[in-house]
Design a binder for this molecule. Structure first.
Ligand SMILES: [Zn+2]
Length: 117
């Protein structure tokens, strides 16, 4: 949903509302569902918008190599859940604004690109 220069959408991880200024991206992070350290890429299907805190939480508790090894089954299930949710919300990035919710990460705000993990 676009409202002037603000975007509103839902966090992929906690499903809470996200609202951020699309000029600077403050208030949102771009999440790699499968982290690059685990072979994830920058494909749109692997990216989603999240709260900075949710992104950091996943990074701390789930994405580190040690954590992934310790709970490999749970980690795979988490990634599967997030990817399914991502696909369920898929929107054509070229669709006109307002055609769906704003979870399709296009275009990426510059600041969010910098802070992506
Ligand atoms: Zn969140």
């Amino acid at each position: 949903m676009r409202d002037g220069d603000r975007w509103a959408g839902k966090c992929l991880i906690c499903n809470g509302w996200l609202s951020f200024d699309q000029r600077d991206g403050v208030g949102v992070n771009v999440e790699h569902i499968r982290p690059r350290s685990a072979g994830g890429d920058n494909d749109l299907g692997n990216l989603a918008l999240t709260h900075p805190a949710c992104n950091a939480e996943k990074g701390r508790h789930w994405d580190q190599r040690r954590a992934r090894r310790r709970a490999a089954g749970d980690y795979a299930a988490l990634l599967r859940r997030l990817q399914e949710r991502r696909l369920a919300r898929w929107r054509d990035p070229d669709a006109p604004a307002g055609a769906g919710d704003a979870t399709a990460p296009a275009p990426l705000p510059p600041a969010a690109r910098r802070t992506a993990s």
